[in-house]
Design a protein around this ligand. Sequence first.
Ligand code: ZN
Ligand code: FE
Length: 241
Amino acid sequence: MPLTVHQFPCLSDNYGFLVRDEATGKTACIDTPESGAILRELDDLGWELDFILNTHWHPDHAGGNADIKAMTGCTIIGPPEVTRIAPLDREVGQGDTVDLGETRFQVIDTGGHTLGHITYFDPADHVAFVGDTLFALGCGRLFEGTAEQMWASLQRLTALPDDTRVYCAHEYTASNARFALSVDGSAALRARADAVFAARERGEWTVPTTIGLEKATNPFLRQADARGFAAVREAKDNFKG
Ligand code: ZN
Ligand code: FE
């Protein structure tokens, strides 16, 4: 496979991702939740970092930028809002492309969790780094954007191929499953929730997921319109499961 994804836990429930274009050895870090863990993984793999690709400005996504740049001299690329907490070398948005060797990521606007949140999609490998926009059986909270904005962002993601591997930034799936079961009793969701609970019991990760699986079972995506989505989002914000 031309793009290798190395995934590892960071902080309490984040994932870190190091990605490498196998044709050229060019390497990028998707967000910087924990600089120490990321630098350790780079060292273990013997990979040299060329880029940080940020999805949004939150500290558990861009907080390690300064340390990692100081240690590696990498180039930092992200949406303009990241400059709220750290400098960027290149600002990108909807329609831009980011080249990692021979791998070309498309930048997709997925604002809503934060206003300028973006997703990096590799159409050759069907891989998407969605930050805190879409989670397995869930979606990001609306800290800055509106339900309409987030719904439009999620529509851009569900338009990707069903077999797209979706690398979410957090392991929230078991609690998302408990909420999902409170709003949707479908057999497909019950089966998936059981598999998620069992996987987490065994200490296994439930990320990545796929667009197809989320379209079939994620209650936030299974709404008819932004109003329906807004109601589910509000119910989740108030859910005590
Ligand atoms: Zn966030
Ligand atoms: Fe986050």
